[in-house]
Design a protein around this ligand. Sequence first.
Ligand SMILES: Cc1cc2nc3c(=O)[nH]c(=O)nc-3n(C[C@H](O)[C@H](O)[C@H](O)COP(=O)(O)OP(=O)(O)OC[C@H]3O[C@@H](n4cnc5c(N)ncnc54)[C@H](O)[C@@H]3O)c2cc1C
Length: 375
Amino acid sequence: MNITIIGSGFAALTAVQRVRAQRPDAKITLISPTEELIYYPSLIWIPTGKRRGEQLRVPLAHFFKRMNLTHVKAQVTGLSEQGRVVHTSAGDILNDGLIIGSGGRFMKKLPGIEHSIALCEGISAAEQIRDRLAAMRDTGGTIAFGFAGNPNEPAAMRGGPMFELLFGLDNWMRSEGIRDKFTFKFFAPAKRPGQRLGDEAVDRILKRMAERDISTHLGHKLVRFEAQAVVTEAETIAADLILFMPGMTGPAWADQAGVELSSGGFLPANELGQVTGLQYTYVAGDSGSYPGPEWLPKQAHMADLQAKTAADNLIAELSGQSPSVKTKIELVCIMDMHDRGILVWRDEKRNFMIPFRLLHWAKQAFEWWYLRQYR
Ligand SMILES: Cc1cc2nc3c(=O)[nH]c(=O)nc-3n(C[C@H](O)[C@H](O)[C@H](O)COP(=O)(O)OP(=O)(O)OC[C@H]3O[C@@H](n4cnc5c(N)ncnc54)[C@H](O)[C@@H]3O)c2cc1C
């Protein structure tokens, strides 16, 4: 059984473990540009100095050896033969079955986007925010925080980390005694940003913004960014620093996959994780567009669940059985606020949130526990 897995992020590495646990004899080839995992959930702590970049860059050489896989250090550029051939910058790779976990991309179409910093871009963006804050520490200034979705696929957005950054910096600056030098503004084209977390969460978030002296600029389409302003259809919001999480779209190579992409540019999948239009090919995590409730999250936890489904179904299919595992849909996150946290939980039956000081420590403990498997 010759299985190729694309990516070395949350989805791909979970798929590797699941395949290896079930099929010790499988030949696994993993294609990704680097031999490391970037632990995105802790990027929010780089601007305040709670984490350094290298702590979130996890080398994978030992893990790859343990998993007995072949790592091809390359960029995937496309697929052919229904997924049986993966084209890469290092040549073509053949497989019996394929799992795609190459993540998503952030849309950069908004004019003037270069005037904003997107935390989601990774460690260097988080360090840039840290340095800009350090430069503003004595003088203070206005910081505009915001996020948007993909207009063609509204679920393709990542707002949670922007709330974490906003409330985390607010608490951190208060603890440092410098918050009164800064003005915080929050903008989003949505009238109720973060709706995927549920009604109660949005109500609480907006209430907290009001209590914390954070002005809100909601419900208007973004027009452009300027060096010191966010321009919406309704107003010009002056700011010295713009922190913005753009909407998401699929991986850059997706248009060469030989399938019709979802309206937002993602690889379309059914509830089993199979890519529509290909054979023996599955997708997990941020690369895919899946059937499901409108609150279906693009999250590491969801990527892990989808990767398990993809691995189970692919192995079943390659063993001549019918794939039948459906992904459990669950939104679970700890929204961190620098010295406290809120657990947000949503599944088909429940939707609740629990604020608790110890959750800040729980999020750090989870980071340690999760990364242990790769270290
Ligand atoms: C700031 C921030 C905070 C977050 N906080 C949380 C949180 O608290 N909880 C949570 O659950 N989720 C959180 N997320 C979301 C989570 O990180 C993503 O949902 C998750 O990373 C998706 O996993 P993935 O494997 O699909 O993609 P990724 O983790 O993005 O991995 C994609 C992999 O594919 C590789 N790749 C890309 N292009 C190619 C190519 N052409 N060829 C080969 N390989 C390629 C990349 O190098 C990478 O290894 C956060 C995200 C951000 C940005």
